[in-house]
Design a protein. Structure first.
Length: 91
């Protein structure tokens, strides 16, 4: 069991079990989520190129601001359209 801390001001840490790792990316759709911090897009551009070179389908998303959690509609859209997500933050 892992403890995942939510930086949005939770009162008690949520106890959640980790999901199993994806054995392979072949045939999966990977979401790249830019949380809108400076230069996060630079990292995601490089990662997208690497995934594209490996034949992995990638879809890009961006939060409106890094100061707030992702809007629910964006979270639901990613969950509907993709199999897994990589979130990038940088400065």
């Amino acid at each position: 069991m892992s403890t995942i801390l939510d930086p949005t001001g939770e009162l008690q840490p949520a106890q959640r079990e980790r999901l199993p790792r994806v054995p392979a990316l072949a045939g999966k759709i990977v979401a790249l989520l830019d949380i809108s911090k400076p230069r996060g897009d630079v990292f995601l551009d490089r990662l997208e190129q690497h995934l594209d070179d490996g034949g992995i389908e990638v879809r890009r998303y961006r939060k409106p601001t890094f100061t707030r959690i992702a809007p629910a509609d964006l979270t639901f859209q990613i969950a509907r359209e993709c199999d897994l997500v990589i979130e990038a933050l940088a400065d």
